[in-house]
Design a binder for this molecule. Structure first.
Ligand SMILES: C[S@@+](CC[C@H](N)C(=O)[O-])C[C@H]1O[C@@H](n2cnc3c(N)ncnc32)[C@H](O)[C@@H]1O
Length: 221
């Protein structure tokens, strides 16, 4: 089963649950108020839902390459009892092709999506252009361990955890492995930091890490 379908079937992201990255962990690092919020890779809306709850008075923009994923997120938010005071945008676009006005967001976030991007440098430059000084870019994602031996240990411990009773079935684990082999481009933390710095971010921090999972925050310089 393709991972996207597997995620949509559960209506939540099992990896997000298992990784121990509940959206609220990332939300802890966001400002209390924001005029406008952009999420890259809303998927089935796990972080999006939490963002809508946290920022009901903000202008919210959710981006995903998959119209099906956007539709799931839209339905989840529209059928909830969250009262959004501004129009919410659902944008079907690859991050690499996204065009948004410069300095138009206070908060840019992403959860388990940027590891799909090969050319992170250009996406980080675009995010830097989109976010206002005083704002924040924060993402939760899978990060490549360094050296490679660390990465392999992280993967093995992660798979051990997925195999524990009640977590993933053998088919789901195979789907995870197939998906990773076909689509995932893990980047070491040191490379994320260097790319973010070169893109014009400062105060770059990894605020949380668990095996291959991490949360990175950065401020526009
Ligand atoms: C694993 S899901 C994560 C979904 C959600 N953020 C969560 O935490 O549950 C990754 C999402 O990113 C989207 N995606 C992957 N690469 C993308 C790209 N280059 N441009 C736009 N969307 C992309 C996929 O369509 C998918 O919905």
């Amino acid at each position: 089963m393709p991972t996207a379908v597997f995620l949509a079937r559960r209506h939540k992201n099992v990896f997000l649950d298992l990784s121990g990255i509940p959206p609220k962990k990332l939300l802890e690092y966001l400002p209390r108020e924001a005029e406008s919020v952009l999420e890259l890779g809303c998927g089935t809306g796990n972080l999006s839902f939490a963002l809508a709850h946290r920022f009901p008075n903000s202008s919210l923009t959710f981006v995903d390459a998959s119209p099906e994923m956007l539709a799931v997120t839209r339905t989840r938010i529209e059928e909830s009892d969250i009262q959004l005071s501004r129009q919410t945008e659902y944008v079907a676009s690859r991050f690499e092709d996204l065009t948004v006005p410069a300095h138009s967001f206070d908060v840019v976030v992403s959860s388990i999506s940027l590891h799909h991007v090969v050319d992170k440098a250009s996406v980080y430059r675009a995010v830097r252009a989109a976010v206002r000084v005083g704002g924040i870019f924060a993402f939760a994602d899978q990060i490549r361990g360094e050296p490679e031996t660390n990465h392999l240990v992280n993967w093995e411990r992660w798979l051990d955890f997925c195999r524990e009773p009640g977590n993933c079935t053998p088919e789901e684990i195979q789907s995870l492995l197939d998906h990773a082999a076909a689509h995932d481009h893990y980047t070491p933390l040191s490379a994320h930091f260097a790319l973010l710095s070169r893109s014009g971010f400062t105060a770059i921090d990894c605020v949380w890490r668990n095996l291959m999972w991490g949360i990175v925050t950065a401020a526009p310089a």
